[in-house]
Design a protein around this ligand. Structure first.
Ligand code: ADP
Ligand code: MG
Length: 220
């Protein structure tokens, strides 16, 4: 499957979620290519430390995306595209080639507004021909206990009819530690709470995307 991690904002958890999911898929024995389109190369630096069998990472300049995708994507079970936190052409190109766009957002008014902008772009890409493209909003960095902002986020999600994951990612030290140690939650502490969140998320993703054609990478 082909997953893009998109938002027009930085710091919402795109790279964290992308790396944690990539590690889990590789752990499950799949071949995973991560295309890192963020100048900060957060995921590329993490992947060097992680050194996971089955995981390949390429840090790309935006103008190399189409060529690299064409040459490499079909050779992997899964391709994960970590996008920069800006709204530019590569975002649209990546989304147009994806099965699922994951839009991380914190439970805050600015993040949810930005998510709506991306959802509008996705509608455009679908209208332009990427009929199978789906998206899900992912709440990240949540306070462990429900607060007024969490309630607000759920109300906004319902009011705007945004498709969202049942799983949310809570603010946890393990998501930060993975960039220090290279160890993703499912590797550092397989029975820990962060690992369980990532597993639940991957289960949801696989149910949404469904069986994937090995040759095209597109959902069958
Ligand atoms: N669920 C989480 N719990 C704790 N820290 C998180 C979580 N998700 C992201 N972070 C931290 O927030 C910061 C921004 O996350 P990052 O994944 O780099 O965002 P983006 O790629 O959207 O810019 C990083 O310092 C990261 O470690
Ligand atoms: Mg990032």
């Amino acid at each position: 499957m082909i997953l893009s991690f998109a938002s027009s904002k930085g710091g919402v958890g795109k790279s964290t979620t992308c790396a944690a999911i990539a590690a889990k898929l590789a752990q499950d024995g799949k071949s995973v290519l991560v295309l890192d389109l963020d100048q900060n190369q957060t995921v590329a630096r993490w992947a060097k430390k992680a050194a996971l069998p089955g995981l390949e990472i390429m840090a790309l300049a935006p103008d190399a995306f189409t060529r690299v995708f064409r040459d490499k994507a079909a050779g992997f079970d899964h391709v994960l595209i970590d996008l920069a936190g800006t709204r530019e052409a590569t975002l649209l190109k990546a989304m147009a080639r994806s099965d699922l766009v994951i839009i991380p957002a914190q439970a805050s008014e600015p993040d949810l507004r930005e998510a709506l902008v991306i959802i509008d772009d996705i509608r455009d890409v679908v209208e332009a021909g990427a009929a199978g493209l789906q998206y899900r909003l992912l709440l990240t960095k949540l306070f462990p206990l429900p607060t007024r902002v969490t309630l607000f986020a759920h109300r906004e999600i319902a009011r705007h009819d945004m498709a969202s994951f049942r799983t949310s990612l809570v603010e946890r030290a393990q998501y930060r530690e993975m960039f220090l140690t290279g160890k993703a939650p499912t590797i550092a502490e397989p029975k820990g709470k962060a690992a369980r969140e990532i597993e639940a998320l991957v289960t949801e993703i696989e149910a949404i995307v469904g069986p994937v054609s090995a040759t095209t990478g597109r959902a069958a």
